[in-house]
Design a protein around this ligand. Sequence first.
Ligand SMILES: [Zn+2]
Length: 398
Amino acid sequence: MAYQEAAKPGAGVKLLIRNIGLLLSGDLQRPILDADTVLVKDGKIAAIGREKELDVEGLARVIDANGTTLAPGLIDSHVHPVAGDWTPRQNQIGWIDSCLHGGVTTMISAGEVHMPGRPKDILGLKAMAITAQRAFAALRPSGVKVLAGAPVIEHGMVEEDFRSLAEAGVRLLGEVGLGSVKDGPTARQMVAWARKHGMQSTIHTGGPSIPGSSLIDKDVVLAADADVIGHVNGGHTALPDAQIRSLCEESTRALEIVHIGNERAALFTLHTASELKQLHRVILGTDAPAGSGVQPLGIIRVIAALSSVGEIPAEIAFCFATGNTARMRNLDTGLIEVGRAADFVFMDAAQHSAGKTLLESVRLGDLPGIGMVVIDGEIRSERSRNTPPAARLPKITK
Ligand SMILES: [Zn+2]
C-alpha cells in the first residue's frame, strides 16, 4: 500500500511521474523513500507510492523518470535579487534562469541590496521592500519562486514600521548588519518587532563582504537572535572557529552555509553541528549575486563539497538544501510529502562519473547531471544546459 495518499488520489490527477529510480525526501529523519511514483494534482503532491498501487486515471501528463533520482526542488536560502532576472552586481541578465538549470526552484532574498541608489531613509527602504515583494510575487523569472521584499534595517525604525511592512505583505528582513544597525541591543529589538509581526530575519555573520560593509561577530549575532545565522561560514570572511562553535552551541537558529563563503569554515560548521546533533539547523545558500559573481550550480556544488570532503552521506546533504530550509523557514516546498508544492529536480550520476549511482557520485565529489526541473507541477526546464550531462534522462511520455 502507498504510505501516503490524499483522500482521492485518482480524482483530477494531472501529472504522473513513474519509474523513479531513487526518491529523496528532503527529510533528515528518512532521507530515502521506498516508492517509485509520485502523483501531482493542482500543483501539489497528491500521492506517493508504487505505481501499481495508485489510481492513475485521468492523467494530463506523464513523465517517465527512466530510473533517475527525484528530489525536492533545491532552495537557495540566501540571494540578493534586484529586478526580474537582472542584476547590476556583475552586470548580468538571466542569472536566475541559470540557477534553475542548477536545480533551484525557490530563492529567498537576504535583501535587495544591489539596487543602484538603494534608498536608506525609512520611508524609502519600506517602499522599496514593498515594491520588491510585489514585483517578484507578480513575476517569477523562469518560474523560480523568488521570495523577496527584505528591507535592510536602519537606525530610527520603530515598531510601527515593522507592523506596517507586515501588513503590506513583507515577510522577510534583509541581512541585519548591512544597514546602519550593527549593535546587538538595537538589532535584537528590531528583530523582535519583526518576529512579533510575522517577519523572518537573517543576519550577516563575519567580516565585511565588500567595501562599505562591516564585521558582525558572534556576540552581535547571539544578541540579535535572528531566525537565520546568515553565511555562518562568512560571506566571504569567516569568524574564528571558536566563535562559530559558540553560534552552534549557544543558539538554536538556522546555520546557513553559503557557496561564496569560507570552505574550511563550512566544513568546521558541518562537523560541529553534527557533533552537537544539530544537523537539522544546517541550511544552504549561495549569496549570489556577489563580489565573486553568480555560480548557477552553487547549491549542488555545496552539497557535493559537504558530502565528499565533509564525509556525510549524499542523501543527508540534499536535505540541507530542501527539507531543512523548508522547516526553518516555514515553506510549503522542500519535502516529498502529500500536500506540498510539486517542486522537483530529476538527477542522475553525470556521464563517466567514477560513482556508479547518483549518491555515490556526489559522495565522490562529482556534481549530479540534472535532467529536468518541475515547479508547481509544471516542467520548467529539461536537460540542464549547465550541469555535466546525466547518464540517464527523464522522458515526457504524455
Ligand atoms: Zn552578508
